[in-house]
Design a binder for this molecule. Structure first.
Ligand SMILES: [Fe+2]
Ligand SMILES: [Fe+2]
Length: 270
């Protein structure tokens, strides 16, 4: 699954500094950090699926694409802010944040659960890049975000297929699947994104988790519109085995939109 597109295919010459929204630059820098974690997640997933060569191959191709996302976003951030040092920021991020790669079994309790958690991450990333593409007027960033959002959607489909295969044997019930999905979605406000924001944007100083989290989430939540939450909710529902387009999914999407808007407004005031 590696190399579906090359960074050189992107319209780099279309970059228009006049159309860069300064509020988006810190978000893009932080995203460029997080994407680079793909390789560490791949190391962990290779241990979790050690005896499944086919899945390990897919995971390694997936990680290659995630790392490429980080490189491309870092390159855009450097155009938008020539003072940005991607390598130095990445070194800071990696020194201060790492995921546990030495587990021999999934921290989600099963391979099905692991894939549901990965699906949730891809729901988050595909929604994020789609919302960014909708928000920005800068032509290069829009092209980059559309390309990445399409990858993230394909990643979701990949993990969904693997999840279905393991579900046939592991037989997690819907409550277990919903619980895993819920826990993973709630982890969004854990350290990873906050520390990425800090490493990419703070010039020195010490890491204040609460402050970094607020700074990141304020801009992040402000991106979303109802069609993003509706689309994201159908993907979540599908992953846990519920009807993707039923009344419950639509109601939950509307509720999520209200919560996201309230949180965005609260963070803007804080
Ligand atoms: Fe990605
Ligand atoms: Fe992805």
């Amino acid at each position: 699954m590696s190399g579906r597109w090359s960074p050189e295919e992107l319209p780099w010459e279309a970059f228009d500094p006049e159309r860069v929204d300064p509020n988006l630059i810190p978000l893009i820098k932080a995203a460029s950090m997080v994407e680079s974690n793909g390789r560490d997640y791949a190391a962990y997933l290779n241990r979790v699926f050690a005896d499944d060569v086919q899945v390990c191959d897919l995971i390694n191709g997936w990680a290659h694409e995630e790392v490429q996302h980080g490189v491309v976003l870092g390159r855009w951030a450097k155009l938008a802010d020539p003072s940005f040092d991607y390598d130095a920021a990445l070194a800071r991020f990696r020194a201060g944040y790492s995921i546990q790669v030495d587990a021999d079994a999934s921290i989600r309790g099963s391979r099905t659960g692991e894939m549901i958690a990965r699906c949730m991450v891809e729901v988050g990333t595909s929604s994020f890049y789609l919302a960014l593409a909708d928000r920005t007027d800068e032509p290069l960033l829009r092209a980059i975000c559309k390309r990445i959002a399409a990858d993230e959607l394909r990643h979701y489909a990949l993990f969904y297929r693997v999840m279905k295969r393991y579900l046939a044997n592991e037989r997690l019930n819907k409550v277990e699947r919903i619980h895993i999905a819920f826990v993973r979605v709630m982890e969004t406000e854990d350290d990873e994104l906050a520390y990425a924001w800090f490493a990419a944007n703070a010039d020195g100083g010490t890491y204040d988790r609460k402050q970094a989290n607020r700074a990141y989430m304020r801009e992040h939540y402000a991106l979303y519109r109802p069609h993003h939450t509706r689309r994201g909710m159908t993907m979540i529902f599908k992953a846990v085995g519920l009807k993707p387009n039923g009344w419950l999914s639509r109601t939950m999407a509307a509720l999520a939109m209200v919560l996201i808007s309230l949180r965005a407004r609260w963070l803007a005031r804080a």
